[in-house]
Design a protein around this ligand. Sequence first.
Ligand SMILES: *Cc1c(COP(=O)(O)O)cnc(C)c1O
Length: 370
Amino acid sequence: MEPRDRSSYAVYQAGRGIEEVARELGRDPEEFVVLSSNENPHGPSPAAVETIEAHAGGVNRYPKSSHVDLVEAIAERWRLAPEQVWLAPGGDGALDYLHRAMLDPGDGILVPRPGFAYYAMSARYHHGDVSTYDLSKADDFAQTADGVLASYDGERIVFVISPHSPVGSEMPMAEVERLAAETDDDTLVVVDEAYGEFSDRESKRRLLDERADVAVLRTFSKAYGLAGLRLGYLLTPAAWADTYARVNTPFSVNELACRAGVAALADDEFVEEVVETSRWAREYLHEHLDAPTWESGGNFVLVDVSDAPTDGEETPGSAVAGATQRRGVIVRDCSSFGLPECIRVTTGTREETRRAVDVLNGVLTEVPEA
Ligand SMILES: *Cc1c(COP(=O)(O)O)cnc(C)c1O
């Protein structure tokens, strides 16, 4: 017996983790600086850790009141009704709920290229079709309404990533507004703000006051440091009322994640420190790396390593990521994003960022090993 043939489905390629790499190289995980998955180098919010420890003994119960408490805390933070907050196991989980709610078989979604692989994966699970619009390197990956509309053909959902990973660019408020206005009434524009805390710009959440065709995705994985708990949410149009109750997996967000989320949301001091360090590190990377970089609104910087010496077979991104890894610094090769000449470097602590720059600058000038 076999499952359905899913050989044409893409497999999500995550940035490489510390334990995985250390095991493969027979080294101690402690020796590595991991700047490959846009995780939080400061660890989780300490308030969240305290709460998890305090409530570990309560996981024999389903998460009921804790789920309600977190939804209310998020709703209050964004000044929305609790029904508009779709809590999920990670932003990824929220995408599944959205597709369940929105897609009939054969409906389309429109996603950026380069972009985030899970939009397409999730849409296909829900029998949706996937089309793409291009962000162009020649244009410094500028995000405009016209750039999206040129590829728009009545899709049910249009995804915008702002700040965009891995490129770092953002779509201004007026452009998102125009995109929503110029697409059909039953097309939803989803703004993925997984990196929203790191940006200087206002959240597109404001558009939910004025329009019924915009949603905003947020996560606890990045600025709050809770990637391992899997916690995210979608802010949805007011008119959708009880749709969430009809599509979500029962108790999909676990008890400790719900409690930790409430604690983390109140831990402003932690998030402020995380964001401040990340902004410092972005500047440090722009200034000190011996390779071109792009402006970034996220906790990472895209680096053009086209000029790095390679053996001619590997892509520059893969050659550089491999060489820095041998020296204990793990960065993301962007080949899987369709940018084989680039790497993405997550902003680390000040110490980690300085070390990453030293190692990278060494690799960018060295002659490759035979
Ligand atoms: C990290 C990320 C998400 C959400 O990740 P979760 O860990 O599932 O919350 C969504 N979109 C983009 C572009 C991301 O980088």
